[in-house]
Every structure is written in structure tokens, then in C-alpha cells.
Design a protein around this ligand. Structure first.
Ligand code: CP
Length: 314
């Protein structure tokens, strides 16, 4: 078993390259299950996983649920709009209540950066970050890299262009860190207003011209324009953004002939992705969803199967 040193998964920085490779190996072994009649193994029998989502989600929440159920864990989904959160219960009281009910792991999505880490220091169960504010979405980066590895056969030495709203994207932040760790060369492509000025230790080239930015790239990862975070105020118009930064069959002619196109979803169709049918054989977007189940099974298993509890201060 490729054990993880960390009791929680809060950021990709919690993982070494070797641990990421271990997650990919474990995910691979679990993916075989999806083609079997009985899609279950008993690895987490007797454990309880709680999905606590303070923001909407389709892919992440359902794939964590499917992953936990395939490992035979009991799964509870808490949608905050139908919980005591609407009566004013605090985040800490909510999580401590979940822990007292016997949860072994909490998968949390929250609009504020740093909340999963804050919780992990206060509870005694495993905490997995399913997306926090503008900070990170580590399992998304893991499934993105796993998809690239499955489709391209390797990671090291590839060139990836991440296109669009980098400024508001926790997916981009996790991917830039994870890709750099795994020896991928990263380019950031977008309008100046959507690329952070302070890029800290990011090892990434910046391009404002889409065709130039994706030229000779092995992978193009389009990001969602996060309209709920008022991203539309950062661009002249959606029409103009789509014209200059939309991924279409004609734009992809500037990339490598075998380019792989990814998008974390949900997609604003006609804006960041245009005419996917026209580049169907290059699209890995549904592969990302499929491989996400294997990655989340691997993460749950490697964190929770060993019997070690989280190491908070509760
Ligand atoms: N990629 C992603 O996080 O999608 P959801 O918001 O549907 O979970």
C-alpha cells in the first residue's frame, strides 16, 4: 500500500511526487472495479465519510460519494442549505457535531480559503479539501494529472497551457503546483486582468495571445469563467472573451496535432469551450470525470484504510 504521510489532504503541497505516483497506481487498481458487475470492495467497511458542501457541486460531491460507496464506507451528504447552518450554527459546531456522530472522514467544500486546514487542526477525523475559496482543489489537480498520464503515457517533459480565469481559479492553483512537482512545463494564457500579478513561486510562463500561448502544447486546459465571482467585470464582454480565448477546432490547430483538451467543469459552452464535437477525439473532459472516481477512491483509501485517525487538537 502506498501510504500517505499526511492524515489530511488540504493542498497538493501535502504530497510528494512519489506519493502522487502512489495515488495514481492505487487509482488505476480501483478503476477496474467500474467494469465489474459488483462495483465494491470492503476496504472502508465500518467507516463513515461525510460530504459537507457549503458551495454547489455536481462532479466532486457525487464522485466522492460514489468513491466512498465503492469502498463500502457509509456516506452522509450534508447540503448546508438544508442543515442547521441556516439556523446560524457555526462551522466549528457543525464539524464537531459530525465528528461526534462518528465520522471518520469529512470532505469539505467552502467559499473561504483555508477553512479545511482550520478544521483539520480542531477535529480528530481526516479532512479532505474539496475546494476552498480561491486557494486549492487538490483532488481536481490529481485527477487532471492522472487523466493526462492515462492519455499521454507520461507527465514529465510535457507542456501544458492553462487558459482563462487563472485569477479566481483554485483548480489552476492546485494544478500549477502539482504540474511543476511532476516535471510539467506550465503556461498561463489569458487576459491581463485574469492572471494574478503576484505569482509568488509559480514557475509558469505567461501569454496573453491564445494561439501563441498554446503553440506546441501537449495539453490545453480551459478554465471556467467564474461568473458567480463577478468575473464578467474583468473582461469587456463575454462575446469578446469567447472570441479571443474560446477553445475551438480552428484555435487548436496552433497546438500539437495530438493535443489533449481538458476542462474541470462545469463548462460555459460557447464561451470557454466552442464546438467540442469538432475536436471530440482530442477531448478528455469526460475522462476527467471517470478518472475522478478512481482518484477519490485512492485518496479515501490511502488516508483512511490504515486505521490512523486525523491528528487535530480536539
Ligand atoms: N470540477 C468541479 O469541482 O466540479 P463541481 O463544481 O461540479 O464539483
Amino acid at each position: 500500500m502506498d501510504a500517505l504521510r499526511t492524515p489530511h489532504l488540504l493542498t497538493v503541497s501535502d504530497l510528494t511526487p512519489g506519493e502522487m505516483e502512489g495515488i495514481f497506481r492505487t487509482a488505476d487498481s480501483f478503476l477496474d472495479l467500474s467494469s465489474r458487475t459488483v462495483k465494491k470492495v470492503p476496504s472502508l467497511r465500518g467507516k463513515t465519510v461525510v460530504n459537507l458542501f457549503y458551495e454547489p457541486s455536481t462532479r466532486t460531491r457525487t464522485s466522492f460519494e460514489i468513491a466512498a460507496k465503492r469502498l463500502s464506507a457509509d456516506v452522509i451528504n450534508i447540503t448546508t442549505s438544508q442543515s442547521s447552518v441556516v439556523k446560524g450554527e457555526s462551522l466549528l459546531d457543525t464539524v464537531r457535531t459530525i465528528e461526534a456522530l462518528g465520522a471518520d472522514g469529512v470532505v469539505i467544500r467552502h467559499p473561504a480559503s483555508g477553512v479545511p486546514e482550520w478544521i483539520s487542526r480542531r477535529v480528530g477525523c481526516h479532512v479532505i479539501n474539496a475546494g476552498d475559496g480561491l486557494h486549492e482543489h487538490p483532488t481536481q489537480a490529481l485527477l487532471d494529472l492522472f487523466t493526462i498520464q492515462k492519455r499521454k503515457g507520461r507527465l514529465k517533459g510535457l507542456r501544458v497551457a492553462i487558459v482563462g480565469d487563472i485569477l479566481h481559479s483554485r483548480v489552476a492553483r492546485s494544478n500549477i503546483r502539482a504540474m511543476s512537482l511532476m516535471g510539467i512545463s506550465v503556461r498561463l494564457v489569458g487576459p491581463p486582468t485574469l492572471i494574478p500579478k503576484d505569482r509568488g513561486d509559480w514557475n509558469a510562463e505567461v501569454f496573453h495571445d491564445l494561439r501563441e500561448g498554446i503553440s506546441d502544447c501537449d495539453v490545453v486546459m480551459a478554465l471556467r469563467l467564474q461568473l458567480e465571482r463577478a468575473t464578467a467585470n474583468y473582461i469587456p464582454s463575454l462575446k469578446e472573451y469567447a472570441k479571443f480565448y474560446g477553445i475551438s477546432p480552428s484555435v487548436l490547430q496552433s497546438a500539437r496535432p495530438d493535443v489533449l483538451v481538458l476542462h474541470p467543469g462545469p463548462i460555459n459552452r460557447g464561451i470557454e469551450i466552442q464546438d467540442e464535437e469538432g475536436f471530440r477525439e482530442h477531448s478528455g473532459i469526460l475522462d476527467q470525470v471517470h478518472f475522478g472516481v478512481g482518484i477519490r477512491m485512492a485518496v479515501l483509501y490511502l488516508l483512511m484504510a490504515g486505521g490512523n485517525k486525523g491528528e487535530g487538537n480536539a
